[in-house]
Design a protein around this ligand. Structure first.
Ligand code: ATP
Ligand code: MG
Length: 386
């Protein structure tokens, strides 16, 4: 009898030819995240990943693996071999460890992946039922049992009662690299998380207005990136001072266009950094109708600058649902710390709600757009967060 953690892979198993590289990537993330926990070999047995480990490590390993994208469930299992000598003992041990005092009913749930195994799932279910009925006070309930007894027949046999729900998604980086526009707000970390979950490896671009915005505001953004790195691995942050650009806009353009023109500059800079560094997508926390610059017209004039794929995973969500995710991924408390953002520095009293492309372009023609972008990027700082 041996202790192992089993990891179910869900969507990854549908990936045909790519399956192996997806699984390799998940295993790489597992190794990285449990490197300081004692464990044995990590292996695959007919479609699931297994980690053998001493009993003391099992819960710690499960906690870590729940955060790895591509994993759907994690279970603490007892592993036995197929001669089944230890079957009854393993069933009873698994039950004893998984049972709550209130549990009155059970159901056996066998899955025979190895079809050469001579006992069919239904017969094995009956055998388990007989063992449990003989040794405990539990009764069978096939519709709504208090506890399941799972038994997977693969190269070896795995017995367990708990399935801990993990984050799902696709393994990190299997959809390439993306550049997240990361502010200090609630939305953008959630947007980054959602795209990382679909297999994008994140880097972040942050705009500040130092010295109008403080060093602590920047530190807050680093802290948000640190929380995201729990899911996304090491994150590179490009930190750009937008103040010289904001001053130029403020001096030359109508006040009510301040925000929308700033946002177009953010896009220009994001696009240039993306092209130069191989990011195939830009990610923002924009959300339809949330603020003046996120009306359809506002988004259109910002979007037209990008000229590449821009993901806005929050576009149709309600704020309350965004906040729920922020809480779940652990960014909310940091996001609500009250530090000023670069956008608030020159906030217009009456921002334009329906900007027309030709008006905005006319205003921008008064600026040295290319030079401003160039020098903002030249002055940019880069840090790596792990
Ligand atoms: P909030 O939760 O306050 O809405 P937010 O981050 O969504 O925070 P918005 O003003 O709604 O802020 O900005 C919309 C999007 O534009 C952000 O989600 C982010 O992707 C990008 N953005 C805004 N400000 C910055 C900034 N200072 N640096 C980088 N990206 C920014
Ligand atoms: Mg927002």
């Amino acid at each position: 009898m041996e202790r192992v953690v089993s990891l179910s892979l869900g969507e990854v198993m549908l990936k045909g030819n790519n399956r192996k590289s997806f699984i390799d990537q998940i295993i790489k993330q597992i190794k990285r995240s449990i490197s300081d926990i004692e464990h044995g070999k990590i292996y695959i047995d007919m479609g699931k990943i297994y980690i053998s480990a001493p009993n003391d490590s099992i819960d710690k390993i499960i906690e870590k693996t729940l955060d790895i994208f591509g994993i759907v469930y994690a279970s603490p299992c007892i592993k036995i071999n197929k001669n089944m000598e230890e079957f009854e003992e393993a069933i009873l041990k698994s039950l004893e460890e998984g049972l709550d005092k209130e549990n009155k009913t059970f159901k056996a749930h066998c899955k025979r992946s190895d079809k050469s195994f001579p006992i069919k799932s239904m017969d094995l279910n009956r055998e388990i039922g007989a063992i449990v009925l003989k040794n405990t006070d539990l009764t069978v309930d096939v519709h709504n049992p208090d506890i399941y007894l799972y038994c997977d027949i693969k190269k070896d046999v795995y017995i367990y009662t708990k399935k801990h729900k993990a984050r799902g998604g696709l393994p990190l980086g299997t959809n390439g690299k993306g550049l997240l526009l990361l502010s200090g707000g609630i939305d953008s970390p959630v947007a980054g998380y959602m795209m990382a979950k679909r297999g994008i490896k994140l880097s972040a671009l942050h705009f500040h207005s130092y010295p109008f915005t403080s060093k602590r505001a920047e530190e807050k953004v680093h802290n948000l990136a640190r929380i995201l790195s729990r899911y996304s691995g090491r994150i590179k942050i490009y930190s750009v001072n937008l103040l010289p650009i904001q001053k130029e806009i403020n001096k030359n353009c109508p006040e009510r266009e301040m925000t929308i023109i700033s946002r177009r500059f953010m896009m220009r800079i994001a696009r240039k950094i993306s092209i130069e560094n191989g990011y195939k997508s830009i990610i923002t926390g924009e959300n339809l109708g949330q603020v003046a610059s996120q009306t359809i017209d506002g988004l259109n004039v910002t979007n037209s600058i990008a000229d590449m794929l821009v993901f806005r995973p929050l576009i149709g969500m309600d704020k309350i649902d965004i906040i729920n995710i922020a809480n779940k991924i652990g960014t909310y408390e940091t996001s609500i710390q009250p530090f000023e953002d670069c956008c608030t520095v020159f906030l217009p009293k009456h921002p334009v709600l329906r900007p027309k492309p030709e008006d905005i372009e006319a205003s921008e023609s008064l600026l040295e757009v290319e030079n401003l972008v160039e020098s903002a990027i030249k002055e940019m700082k880069i840090v790596e967060i792990d």
